[in-house]
Structure formats: C-alpha cells, structure tokens
Design a binder for this molecule. Structure first.
Ligand code: AMP
Length: 416
C-alpha cells in the first residue's frame, strides 16, 4: 500500500467541515475589511525566498523544498506567502493605480520541519498583506481583525503578543548590543545560535532550544533601542489596540523567524496546543518591496496557521456535518430510473438527495438511508407508480404520508 509522505496529511470529512467554516468566516471578514483575494502559485523561483526570508533563517537554511526542474532552474515549493504576494505586487505593478492595496490568500505552504503535533511539512495558511500604509493604525487594525476572527471561530485562548523590531536606523545599535551579550553567553548557545550570533543575532532570540532560551534571559531589550519614530509608531499601535479593546502583552523577545520584519511584530499564542503555541504571526516589513526591486512602499501582514486553528476552535463538527435531506428507495428497474431523475432534479434545487444504485432490497436500502443519516425516505416501487403516489417516511418520527407523483419535486421540497 502506498502511504502518505511523512509530515503530509489528508484532511478528511469530519475535519474538513471545520476548515471550510474557518475559510468562509475569514473570507467574509476580509471582504468586510476591504481585502481582495489573490492566488499566487505554489511554485516560485528559489531565489525569491532566499532574498526575502533571509539566508540565515531556519526556513531557507534547512526547510525549503527546492529542486531543479528539467531546465535546471532552481524552484521552491513556497514556504510562506508574503514573498509571492510582494513579487506579484511588483511584477504586475499593482501599485501603479493605487499604492494602497490589501490582499488575502489561502493555501498550502511547505517546510521540511521535523513533523510533530501541530507541525506539518505541508500546512495551510490564511495570509493578509497591506501595502502602502505607514500608519500604526493599520497594524492595530490587522491585529483587531485577527482577534475578531478568532472570537468568531470561538477560540477561547488566544493571546496577542506584540513587539517592535525598530528600523534600519535603530536596529543596528540593538544588534550590536545583542551580539556583545551573546558573545558573553556563547558557551550556553546551540551550534546554530553560535554561528548566527554574529551575523544575525536576532535569530538567537527566536531559538526554541531550552538552553538558548535560558541563555538569553538577561539579553538587552530591543524596545530600549528604538529611535523616536519607531518608539512613537509602537506607542500608536498600543494606543489603538487599547481603543479597540484588544488585550495584548508586550513581548520583547518576539522577533519571529523571518528576516524582513521591521517595527511591529506580533504573534497570537494559545495554551491549547502544547509546544506549537503560535496560531498566527505577522508584522511590518517596510523594506521588502524595495529590496525585491519594487517601489519604496511600506507593508504589513500576517499569517494564520489553519491546521492549528482547526484544532483549537470551539466550533463543533456536529454543527457542520451535512446529511441527506432525503433518500429515495426504489424497487425495480423502472422505479430506479424514475428515482434517478428525481434525485437529480432535487439536487439541482439545492436539496441533498441520495439513492441506491445497486438495486438492493427495501430492507437494505432503508439501512443505508439510516447510515447516511437521511431525514426522510421516499419509497417507490411498481405498485406506487401504478397508483400515482409514493410513501414519504420521516426517519425520526417514523411517520409516513402519501405524496402524489404528479409535481413530486415541489411537494417533497414543501415537506422538508
Ligand atoms: P510563520 O509563517 O512561520 O510566521 O507562521 C505563521 C503561522 O503558520 C504559525 O503561527 C503557525 O500557526 C503556522 N505554521 C507555521 N509553520 C507550521 C507548520 N510546520 N505546521 C503547521 N502550522 C505551521
């Protein structure tokens, strides 16, 4: 038997209904907030991610599914969506008419991480990206949108963590101070962090190795290094969140795994998932559009992990499972052919109608109707055809009524 690739999974009925509800709720919220959907491809040139996410990141160093196509071009299964959306914004000059654009995307991402609960090699994200707005109000609005989505999906434990990473003016001073601190703690760091502590010391703050986490307890805080513009931007985010009544925590260690963030970063964390506690994360990336060859436009966005969200929503699967409205039990060839016409007509009218296609006995058709959870069964045989009416049985109350065959579709719909 051929099995799934490790770290990949099927999302089957019984779970997929929750996913659909998550996507439906997100789409409707995004449209209300003025976002338009974008569907970038899953495969991109490898350099897009190396240049945007950053060479020193776990994603680019270890986790990308990169391979050479027949023409020997290196291509990558996207590990995240922001880079693609930025590429698209630049490639199609989506800024030309109006630099302010808001996009959302929903789809799979690929990272070759070590699989465990809540961590998969193909996982799904809902992404939002806003281009062309500098104001901290939009950062707060994105966080507000996230909080609203989680509350609509009945997530009971979702805490907003925020931080600021400063900009190219103030971050170098923080990096230097952090690098000096890490040098003094170097015996305690893992080999990745030792290597990164000089070139990319912020990454060390993100390391999940317990000893590294311990080692950085006394590390300098980025918030003490913010320049006045970044400081007041961060104040603006905090004030707006307070106004919007979104509770938040300031988390000075929050840097996130991607290099392109500037100023605001945020993460939504939950205690319901064990080690993989992040359900969404995002932040500002004011330099990325320019760095990838586009205009100097600020940007801010987030990504929600659907796999994790699906595990912690308070939505109950029983509210979304769909059962047939009616099962047509037909006896004999002639009845079967008529039943087939009826179910197709009912399906067209938006009624979930099913039948048996194998010419089974009435008893086994009734069993199947029961198994499918059909609310009603229509029983039709030679006798019923002759007499011009069929039996409609309520499977809950067991009550049976006769329905005339003439105009049956309308009559059945009335009774449902
Ligand atoms: P990131 O793109 O790393 O900022 O991640 C954004 C969100 O995607 C996280 O908060 C998770 O909910 C989700 N996520 C990231 N990596 C994985 C993974 N390997 N498996 C499942 N969900 C993931």
């Amino acid at each position: 038997m051929i099995q799934l690739v490790r770290g990949f999974k099927d999302i089957l009925s019984g779970e997929v209904e929750i996913w659909q509800q998550i996507e439906k709720t997100a789409r409707s919220l995004f449209e209300d907030f003025g976002f338009k959907e974008m569907r970038p491809p899953i495969l991109e040139r490898a350099e897009l991610f190396a240049r945007s996410i950053g060479e020193d990141t776990d994603i680019v160093e270890k986790e990308m599914y990169t391979f050479y196509d027949k023409k020997k071009d290196p291509v990558t299964l996207r590990p995240e969506a922001t880079a693609s959306v930025v590429r698209s914004y630049i490639q199609h000059k989506l800024y030309a008419k109006d630099a302010i654009r808001k996009f959302y995307t929903i789809g799979p991402m690929f990272r070759r991480e070590r699989p465990q609960k809540g961590r998969y090699r193909q996982f799904y994200q809902i992404n939002a990206e806003v281009f062309g707005i500098d104001s901290p109000l939009i950062d707060a609005q994105l966080i507000f949108l996230l909080a609203t989505l989680f509350s609509r999906l009945s997530v009971t434990d979702a805490k907003v963590h925020i931080n600021s990473l400063g900009c190219s003016t103030c971050r170098p001073k923080f990096k230097e101070a952090l690098s000096d601190f890490l040098l003094s703690a170097k015996e305690k760091l893992c080999s990745d962090c030792t290597r990164r502590s000089k070139r990319n010391p912020l990454r060390v703050l993100d390391c999940k190795v317990p000893l590294c986490r311990e080692a950085i307890v006394g590390a300098p805080s980025v918030l003490d290094f913010l320049c006045s513009e970044c400081g007041s931007h961060f104040e603006g985010v905090k004030k707006s969140l307070e106004k919007l009544k979104v509770p938040f925590l300031i988390d000075k260690r929050l840097v996130r795994g991607l290099d392109y963030y500037t100023r605001t970063t945020f993460e939504i964390q939950t205690g319901l998932l064990g080690a993989q506690n992040a359900i969404a994360g995002g932040g500002r990336y004011d330099n990325l559009v320019k760095a990838l060859g586009g205009p100097d436009q600020p940007a801010v966005g987030f990504a929600i992990g659907i796999d994790r969200l699906a595990e912690i929503t308070g939505l109950e699967i029983k509210d979304f499972l769909q059962y047939p409205d009616i099962f047509v039990a037909a006896l004999g060839e002639k009845s079967q052919s008529i039943a087939f016409e009826w179910i197709c007509a009912l399906n067209l009218e938006g009624t979930r109608a099913e039948m048996d296609f194998a010419g089974k006995s009435l008893k086994s058709q009734m069993k199947r109707a029961n198994k499918l959870g059909a609310r009603y069964v229509l029983i039709v045989g030679e006798k019923e055809l002759e007499e011009g009416s069929v039996i409609m049985r309520n499977m809950m109350t067991k009550e049976q009524i006769l329905i005339p065959i003439d105009g049956i579709i309308e009559k059945v719909k009335e009774k449902l």
